[in-house]
Design a protein around this ligand. Structure first.
Ligand code: NAP
Length: 506
């Protein structure tokens, strides 16, 4: 008789201890490439768990904020070292739980490593300013101070990188955190928190709760003791988060959807542009916020580009991301696959020409997973829904354009503004594009994906709310300026009023 495999049961981390949810309920985490594989059971946290985690974070803040930043940095440095040692195992866990191919999962863990080392380095900077006062015998400076308890809500597409973009800068600035990962990727979140505990993060400083957005995310961001909310996810939920934070004036950063574009000019290196469109469009199964889901191509090279692009897309091997020969993994879950299939219908109905793919893969080895073919719509109008709306799957719309002006209009003609790219060998065209495309990130002769951790990351319009993650921009978000004046003149000096003689200066 076959013995049933008992799935591993995971817990929440509150106040330095791994604890069960007060609900006693749990959710399954299954492999999207093979849904027979149950990776583990994760707690469905309740509002009571939320309150306990926030209490712990609030108490821990009292002491953590006073730990010298270089000492906080030593903990992060140790965490980075552990991540380096475990990189391969962490990447395999990630591929199993959300499907991206192993090379990309390694990249995701590497991004967390980079961010952790980077923020550890910031512990010996966190620079403020010293500047002359306008009055004599007066000293002026500004220092950064932490803010308090931060709620961090993350999506599933970068299950370790995105949490690290939030947790590491929050900690180095002296804040404490309660982290709610996406329900599709609790294992990578658990692994990251486990590493932080082993690195020596004190009790209560980092807490993690798994469970649904409405039962865990919503009370976490509304709690009066939470001062900062950082959210990455869809524009739809971002709007809910923004509204919830507004009434209490919580600091709030929103990183949301995208409809990113690659512009291919008639002088472009077409081999390079095709490589970029394949990687930008189908990397991570198109499930990157920076994915190139639109390509606009100059009419003079349109046919040649399209022929090469579709041939390459058709040759991509779809499969389990753990198989080294796989180029593209599954969609993350059934809902995401259905969204992709719906958009294929929408594209066909609105007259886009299906040039590659267009179908779900569900026979043979694909039977137990959420696989879809790499799909290209050709001859798209820029106003079609497939050219305007975020699909978040392996679907690329190719739009012909007449010239650079037309391409820039198409690029800017969407509600999102995350990433864009131009392939050209003409420096004048490149610089015009860099100036006139209204997105947070622009590439020249490289696809729309591939951000580095020491530069600001984020978008304009309905992609963001003006903040940036990563780089020193992250430090700006997770700290608050305090401006300090020290008057050593021993007399009343009035700024802007005592503007006359400085005879008293000594
Ligand atoms: P999502 O559905 O908006 O979910 C994001 C997170 O919010 C998840 O943890 C989710 O929990 C939680 N959530 C859901 N409803 C909530 C509520 N009412 N209150 C509080 N939290 C709630 O997005 P997703 O499907 O995970 O991720 C895909 C989206 O993220 C895409 O739109 C993509 O463009 C965007 N994204 C943007 C960036 C960027 O930097 N701009 C980066 C990556 C991804 P559950 O998982 O439990 O539902």
């Amino acid at each position: 008789m076959a013995t049933a495999v008992v799935p591993k049961v995971y817990k929440n981390f509150i106040n330095g201890e791994w604890v069960e949810s007060r609900s006693g309920k749990s959710m399954e985490n299954r492999n999207p490439a093979n849904t027979d594989e149950l990776i583990g059971m994760f707690p469905l946290a309740t509002e009571d768990d939320v309150n306990a985690a926030i209490d712990a974070a609030r108490e821990a803040y009292k002491t953590w904020r006073l730990v010298p930043a270089p000492k906080r940095a030593e903990i992060l440095f140790r965490a980075a070292e552990i991540l380096v040692r475990r990189k391969e195992d962490l990447a395999r866990d990630m591929t199993r739980e959300m499907g991206k191919v192993l090379a990309e999962a390694r990249g995701d863990v590497q991004e967390a490593i980079d961010m952790t080392y980077y923020m550890a380095g910031e512990g010996r900077r966190l620079f403020g300013q010293t500047t002359p006062s306008e009055l004599p015998n007066k000293f002026a400076m500004s220092v950064r101070q932490p803010i308090g308890v931060c709620t961090l809500i993350t999506p599933w597409n970068f299950p370790m990188a995105i949490p690290s973009w939030k947790i590491m800068p929050a900690l180095i600035c002296g804040n404490t955190v309660v982290f709610k990962p996406a329900s599709d990727t609790p294992l990578s979140a658990y692994n990251l928190v486990q590493v932080l505990t082993e690195a020596g993060v004190p009790r209560g400083v980092v807490n993690i709760l798994t469970g649904s957005g409405s039962n865990v995310g919503a009370p976490l961001m509304k709690h009066p003791d939470v001062k900062v909310v950082s959210f990455t996810g869809s524009t739809e939920i971002g709007r809910v988060v923004s509204t919830a934070c507004a009434t209490d004036f919580k600091h709030c950063t929103l990183e949301m959807g995208g409809k990113n574009i690659i512009i291919v000019m008639d002088d472009a290196n077409l081999d390079l542009a095709v490589d970029g469109a394949i990687w930008g469009g189908f990397g991570t199964t198109g499930q990157r916020c920076t994915a190139a889901s639109r390509v606009t191509v100059h009419k003079k090279v349109y046919k040649e580009f399209l022929d090469r692009f579709t041939a390459r897309a058709k040759s991509l091997k779809v499969g389990d991301g753990l198989d080294p020969s796989t180029a593209m993994g599954p969609c993350v879950n059934e809902g995401q696959l259905k969204t992709v299939m719906q958009y294929v219908h929408i594209g066909i109905n609105e007259g886009a020409r299906l040039a590659a793919g267009g179908h779900r893969l569900d026979s043979g080895n694909y039977k137990r997973g959420w696989f879809h073919q790499p799909t290209i719509f050709a001859d798209c109008d820029p106003n079609m829904r497939v050219s305007q709306e975020e699909i978040f799957g392996p679907v690329v719309s190719v739009i012909p354009c007449d010239n650079l002006d037309n391409a820039l209009d198409i690029a800017n003609g969407v509600v999102y503004g995350l990433s864009a790219s131009i392939y050209t060998r003409d420096v004048n065209k490149a610089f015009r594009a860099l100036r006139d495309i209204y997105t947070g990130i622009v590439y020249v002769n490289a696809p729309t994906i591939g951000a580095e951790t020491h530069l600001p990351f984020g978008g304009t319009k309905q992609t963001g709310n003006g903040h940036r993650e990563a780089g020193t921009a992250a430090i700006d978000f997770y700290s608050e300026w305090k401006t300090i004046y020290i008057d050593y003149s021993d007399r009343l000096q009035r700024a802007q009023i005592d503007t006359g003689s400085f005879a008293h200066a000594e």
